[in-house]
Design a protein around this ligand. Structure first.
Ligand SMILES: Cc1cc2nc3c(=O)[nH]c(=O)nc-3n(C[C@H](O)[C@H](O)[C@H](O)COP(=O)(O)OP(=O)(O)OC[C@H]3O[C@@H](n4cnc5c(N)ncnc54)[C@H](O)[C@@H]3O)c2cc1C
Length: 449
């Protein structure tokens, strides 16, 4: 690679710069998934907007492959790149809440945990995902699904504006009234259009929720999931719930249902009765809890530093045959750390037209996610094959559609189906804001599509 003047870049940079020979470099290139092993030439950990502009300009002028790191939770490791520049936002974590307007301004490197902690002070919450260490950046740009989706929509449905550094180093505001094409594209188009240095969200009054785990022996899986499906398809919007095929701490195979009711707790106690009374759960951990506690409930299932590979598919419906196939495949799990999650969306998220934002899959409420997780790298192929074949057996039931946020290392065809019918418009917006495809370490939209 040609010589680049890193010395002068360093001298004008306020945050930290790591080269491979610097102390802290190895730590700075760690992300959640241990299967990702990349060696950037330079990691620029920005302290603010001015650093981001410097880094973008430096990357562009020196023709460096450039990645953007938010929370480092992209399963395929798109927060990093080999031999190039990483624009690392992990120091930019400020969250400012205006309790009167319920508006929240969040810097681009904040995590869900950072956001929930601050909004909870005001009795508010922004709809986002279910694991606190996940980055708001990648999650929002991919759509953002979580415990409040049925009542308040996806994260993008609550995005009011974003501050973006584009490939030419300019700072733009994207909102319904400014650069509205960019605003549309950011809501589901991934990291293709620039570095989002801050997001502004509408928050909602959510403090205590009724939630927790219901666990049953695996032998009950087919019945539990059928009942969960039937119940959820007519459940009120206040209730979002997922089912999972997982293992207990002793390795015993289990099936679980995880509800989160965000309305009045007394109403919730009544509404959740049919779910809680079904069968005889070996554990009923459902209780009233602060929303941030609900958000942390599943963290132990996603520890840092394990090997991970994900496959997922979106479906219109969950017929009995699909349930039988999922349970049968789960019973072949190669690792007690792996699991399958059946997520049901719909509600407020499903009532937004498919072309209102770049996220196209509003009419596909079922997401079936095969999460392979293991500790011994020698077993990588075994676990990846399990996740891949899980998605393959569901093809007869699926719509060949995928959730951008759940994509691992994928071929271009899968990335295209994640953008679905909105891809042509996204490509035109890419041509306008990033014609040279400077931002390409992502689920990439080629401007020529
Ligand atoms: C344990 C775990 C739990 C998850 N749970 C959920 C969930 O409940 N709901 C859900 O919707 N998704 C969930 N996801 C998926 C998650 O939303 C995506 O993996 C997302 O990419 C993570 O964002 P990040 O900022 O942490 O990722 P990173 O790996 O840091 O970034 C991923 C990509 O996003 C882009 N990006 C990130 N930040 C910015 C920014 N500020 N500006 C421009 N581009 C940016 C870049 O293209 C980057 O390559 C989960 C993932 C994991 C690993």
């Amino acid at each position: 690679m040609a010589d680049i003047d890193i010395k002068s870049f360093r001298s004008g940079f306020n945050g930290q710069v790591y080269e491979p020979t610097d102390a802290g470099y190895d730590e700075a290139r760690q992300i959640w998934n241990a299967s990702v092993y990349k060696h950037p030439r330079l990691i620029a950990r920005c302290s603010g907007l001015a650093d981001v502009i410097s880094a973008v300009d430096f990357g562009r002028r020196n023709n460096l492959l450039t990645a953007i790191r938010g929370g480092g939770h992209n399963v395929g490791g798109r927060a990093l790149c080999d031999d190039g520049l990483v624009i690392d936002l992990s120091r930019m974590k400020a969250v400012l809440v205006d309790g009167a307007t319920r508006r929240v301004r969040v810097q681009g490197g904040a995590t869900l945990g950072d956001l929930d902690r601050e909004t909870h002070v005001f009795g508010l919450a922004v709809p986002c995902g279910i694991v606190p260490k996940t980055g708001i950046g990648g999650l929002t740009l991919g759509g953002g699904v979580g415990w409040l989706i049925r009542k308040y929509g996806m994260s993008i449905d609550n995005l009011l504006s974003a501050q973006v550094v584009t490939a030419d180093g300019k700072v733009l505001t994207a909102s319904a009234s400014e650069n509205d094409d960019l605003f549309w594209a950011l809501r589901g188009g991934g990291g293709n259009f620039g570095v989002v240095t801050s997001f502004e969200f509408q928050a909602h009054p959510v403090t205590t929720v009724l939630g927790g785990l219901l666990l049953y022996p695996r032998e009950m899986a087919v019945d539990v999931i059928r009942h969960f499906r039937d119940y959820m398809e007519s459940a009120p919007d206040e209730l979002t719930a997922y089912a999972a095929l997982l293992h207990g701490p002793d390795g015993s195979p289990l099936v679980g249902v995880i509800p989160c009711f965000c309305g009045n707790v007394t109403d919730g106690e009544r509404i959740l009765q049919p779910l809680r009374k079904f069968g005889s759960p070996i554990l009923d951990g459902v209780q009233a809890m602060p929303f941030p506690a609900m958000q942390s409930l599943l963290s132990p299932s996603f520890p840092d530093g394990n090997h991970n590979y994900w496959k997922s598919t979106l479906q219109h419906e969950l017929p009995d045959d699909a349930i039988a196939a999922i349970v049968e495949h789960s019973n072949r799990l190669n690792s007690p750390l792996s699991f399958v999650v059946l997520e049901y969306y719909g509600g407020a998220a499903g009532r937004v037209p498919s072309d209102a934002t770049a996220f196209p899959h509003r009419s596909l409420p079922w997401d079936i996610l095969f999460c392979a997780q293991w500790t011994d790298p020698v077993q990588t192929n075994l676990h990846r094959d399990w996740a891949r074949s899980g998605e393959e057996i569901l093809r007869p039931f699926s719509q060949n559609a995928h959730l951008l946020s759940a994509l691992d290392v994928e071929g271009e065809d899968v990335i295209k189906t994640a953008f679905g019918p909105n891809l042509t418009r996204l490509a035109a917006i890419k041509r306008k804001y990033d014609p040279a495809n400077f931002f390409r370490v992502n689920q990439n939209i080629k401007s020529g599509v």
